[in-house]
Design a protein around this ligand. Structure first.
Ligand SMILES: *Cc1c(COP(=O)(O)O)cnc(C)c1O
Length: 482
């Protein structure tokens, strides 16, 4: 028998199988509406269908690809146009293809010198986005600030909090450990990643103050200021505030200007989390969302939520990159190089938790160039218009009512039948497979969330969803009456 020289895929085989994979993905998108949006499998159902042991002998690529079909029942179809749950994690053709190129190049961009283009394209595209979104100039790399791609908004706030901790403690925490009593502030509606960051940074959950919100679920600056003053009186060190533009529960918008002024007067780091809603600022008519952002020390938004760029891609900006770099920089001998020592280059590993990093700016670059600003704006306006139509139907309905202001593409609403009715309604809707939405609690009441943001969602999907919601509610009412 002929001994195989190695087990690699040849470039000819790669060409052949690559085409099959692209076809698979295209077929998937062509038929995606035929699958139940929310996976209906039971725990362990997928795993128990898999072979107990890995193969000793390599298998045919065709067979491996075919088996992806058997995973489909266990897939929740985030790219279905009938996906209205959580916040979207949308994607697009140019993004997927750029991701493939990134894997093909396979570079590791931890330092400028480990692949200069990986760093420079990222810096360039993030500067582009400052203009595209109308962000403050101070976030550009041409001044003291700059942007970096993080895997998630959670990592962004973690980095911001570490930098704030170092600044508040004269850079002594990294040296000696943090023995000071630092305090972090955010609203009761803040994202769970803030609590996680406080735990990871070692500040203690007891030192996270969740500030009361107003009737629209936005942070109350008067309450924030009172709490900061009280903490100072108690001998603690107020350090860090997170304001949110578009909270996850209800899309509430914290008043950045008032919060920012308090942070400037009281000398606290202000981080602005605009994970989903930040993308809306692509359209000039939504730039008002960022009024006051010039007072922030750091900012992030997620193109992997609403900007047609597949997960993972969070854009994180700081006004003063020196603070962040001083906080995170470590340089072992084996990574020393002339470019780093010259001080003329950015080494993005000094801007994040991991050392290694992928070439993620490629997909942003592809998306921005393929759609153009015009194409991206059209998407945002279309999504918001559809959500606003939906909100109008809720408002006009006798059986349902709105539960948030619905300023953009997230509508919170409830059936008038009460908490348990709404819970049953959600369960039935999601079990139907026709659509997927999720819930939250607002003012102690169970409400449904309907977020329009998937790349391929059209009017007909939103209309169908509303029909399903009404029909399912009517059926449920009948059952309860019997
Ligand atoms: C989704 C979300 C996050 C977390 O985003 P990841 O990138 O998944 O970590 C943080 N903040 C807000 C307001 C969000 O909506």
């Amino acid at each position: 028998m002929l001994e195989k020289k190695n087990f690699n895929m040849t470039t000819d085989e790669f060409r052949h199988h690559g085409r099959a994979v692209i076809d698979w993905i295209a077929d998937y998108y062509d038929t995606i509406e035929s699958f139940p949006v929310l996976s209906q499998v039971q725990p362990n159902e997928i795993r128990s269908s898999l072979p107990a042991e890995p193969p000793h002998q390599g298998e045919k690529f065709e067979n491996i690809l075919k088996d992806v079909d058997s995973l489909l029942p266990g897939i929740t179809h985030w790219q279905s146009p009938n996906f209205f749950a959580y916040f979207p994690a949308n994607t697009s053709g140019p993004s997927i293809l750029a991701e493939l190129l990134s894997a093909g190049l396979g570079v590791q961009g931890m330092l400028w010198s480990t692949s200069p283009a990986c760093t420079e394209l990222e810096t360039h595209v993030l500067d582009w986005l400052v203009n595209m979104l109308g962000l403050p100039e101070k976030f550009k790399s041409t001044g003291k600030g700059g942007g970096v791609i993080q895997d998630s908004a959670s990592s962004a706030v973690l980095c911001a909090l570490l930098a704030a901790r170092e600044q508040s403690t004269n850079y002594e925490s990294n040296e000696k450990g943090c023995d000071q009593h630092l305090v972090v502030y955010a609203s009761t509606q803040t994202h769970s990643s803030i609590e996680k960051a406080v735990k990871i940074v070692g500040l203690g959950k007891q030192n996270l103050r969740l500030i009361q919100v107003d009737e629209d679920f936005a942070l109350r600056p008067d309450k924030l200021l009172l709490q900061i003053k009280k903490d100072r009186q108690d001998g603690l060190i107020p350090c860090f505030v997170v304001a949110t533009v578009g909270t996850t529960s209800s899309n509430a918008i914290d008043p950045l200007s008032e919060i920012g002024n308090i942070c400037r007067e009281e000398n606290l780091w202000l981080h602005v989390d605009s994970a989903m809603s930040g993308t809306a600022a692509l359209c000039p008519e939504y730039r008002y969302l960022n009024a006051g952002l010039d007072l922030a020390d750091s900012y992030c938004f997620n193109p992997h939520k609403w900007m047609l760029t597949n997960f993972d891609c969070d854009c994180f900006y700081v006004a003063n990159r020196a603070i962040l770099n001083k906080t995170l920089k470590v340089l072992p001998e084996y990574l020393r190089n002339k470019a780093t020592e010259s001080g003329d280059v950015i080494d993005y590993s000094d801007w994040e938790i991991p050392l290694g990093r992928r070439f993620r700016s490629l997909k942003l670059w592809f998306v921005i160039r393929y759609y153009g600003i015009e194409g991206l704006q059209q998407h945002i306006r279309h999504h918001i218009k559809m959500a606003q139509d939906f909100a109008g139907w809720i408002d006009d309905s006798e059986h349902f009512e709105l539960a948030n202001l619905a300023p953009l593409n997230l509508v919170c609403f409830k059936h008038l039948g009460g908490d348990s009715f709404n819970q049953h309604l959600l369960e039935r809707l999601n079990q139907s497979g026709h659509l997927f939405l999720t819930h939250t609690i607002l003012n102690g009441q169970y409400v449904l969330r309907f977020c329009v943001g998937q790349t391929h969602t059209e009017e007909r999907h939103v209309k169908q969803a509303w029909l399903h919601i009404q029909e399912t509610a009517a059926k449920l009412e009948n059952i309860l009456q019997e």
